[in-house]
Design a protein around this ligand. Structure first.
Ligand SMILES: NC(=O)c1ccc[n+]([C@@H]2O[C@H](COP(=O)([O-])OP(=O)(O)OC[C@H]3O[C@@H](n4cnc5c(N)ncnc54)[C@H](OP(=O)(O)O)[C@@H]3O)[C@@H](O)[C@H]2O)c1
Length: 308
């Protein structure tokens, strides 16, 4: 068997990055975590870094804004995975420049981990956020860098614990608010399983220059279906309020920026059906659960049991 690629993870201490870093080390890849000096002194993040080291990963101190540090780190590996946060998406042009200069990278996975930005239907401010990621796709392609774009759709931990109720941290037991008519299918996948499929994809010729799209059948349900699964778990019918498309658009306009971002992303998923409203054509994409049947994706039904 060919040796496993050496992987550099930029943003490994972030929300999704920590799952990706752990999966990389546990899957036996020589793993390098690119982190800023200040993060090594952070009380919680330093514990994460210690955990990565205990799994055999090596820390590389640097910064996206320090070109030399990036080039030096990239020269040591075969694969670069970026899991930087939303505010740093545009700064990934610096990773692209460094990969070009280093000249040795066999695969680059830029920070995506959401809706497929080439098929999404959205309104502002979500449109600008999706465009930022699409611009990075175009820059990676223009630079001729071998790549995989990971479109995992929703993180289970972001939506399922409160069934998408933005005014609550816990799942509803009396009333539930449903965006739109609740019928377009959305996708929510457990973070550990997103990370595992992501790591499997880096040495997989089937994902080369493709979008890895997640639509495991048990993870693909409409808002109404998710509510119905939850109702069967708690043995109760909830009082339902449906928010019309028109009202959601008004709420997006009138909300503070942070909330309008969340609302507009939810609008693209739950009203416009952006996670599932297109066919995955072999010319551009591959579906993760078809590619990796050995990953037993935790279904939404199974995931919700822990909250009942
Ligand atoms: N599908 C979904 O439901 C969903 C939900 C949330 C986010 N996302 C997407 O997931 C991706 C990752 O987001 P996240 O929320 O996991 O990220 P995050 O928690 O904000 O983490 C970002 C990481 O980026 C690194 N970073 C920031 N500035 C840096 C710099 N100047 N140099 C080097 N590293 C820097 C930091 O690492 P160090 O401190 O170690 O340097 C930090 O841990 C984004 O594309 C986001 O849009 C998807």
């Amino acid at each position: 068997m060919a040796p496993k690629s050496k992987i550099l993870i930029i943003g490994g201490t972030g929300y999704i990055g920590k799952f990706v870093a752990e999966a990389s080390a546990k899957q036996g890849h020589p793993t390098f975590i690119f982190t800023r000096e200040s993060t090594t002194k952070h009380p919680e993040k330093s514990k994460l870094l210690d955990n990565f080291k205990s799994l055999g990963a090596k820390l590389v101190i640097g910064d996206l804004h320090n070109h030399e540090s990036l080039v030096k780190a990239i020269k040591e590996v075969d694969v670069v995975i970026s899991t930087v946060g939303g505010e740093s998406v545009a700064d990934q042009v610096k990773i692209i420049e460094a990969i070009k200069e280093a000249g040795n990278v066999k695969r680059f996975l830029p920070s995506e981990f959401g809706t497929d930005v080439d098929h999404v239907i959205s309104v502002e401010p979500a449109t600008s956020i999706f465009k930022g990621k699409a611009d990075i796709r175009r820059a990676v392609e223009a630079a001729g860098i071998p790549h995989t774009f990971v479109s995992c759709n929703g993180f289970a931990g972001y939506f399922l614990p409160n069934i998408g109720q933005m005014d609550s941290y816990t799942a509803p037991r009396e009333k539930v608010t449903i965006l739109g008519d609740g019928t377009p299918k959305a996708v929510f996948v457990k973070e550990e399983e997103i990370a595992l499929a992501t790591i499997k994809s880096v040495d997989d010729p089937r994902t080369l220059n493709k979008i890895l799209i997640f639509r495991p059948p048990g993870n693909t349900l409409s808002f109404k279906e998710i509510v119905s699964v939850w109702e069967s778990k708690i043995g109760k019918t909830l009082e339902k309020t449906y928010v019309s498309d028109e009202q959601i658009l008004k709420n997006i306009q009138e909300s503070p920026f942070g909330l309008s971002i969340m609302l507009s992303i939810s609008h693209s998923v739950f009203v416009k059906g952006s996670a599932t409203n297109f066919e995955i054509e072999p010319s551009f994409g591959v579906e993760a659960s078809e590619l990796y049947p050995e990953i037993k994706f935790t279904s939404i039904d199974q995931y919700l049991s822990q909250f009942a």
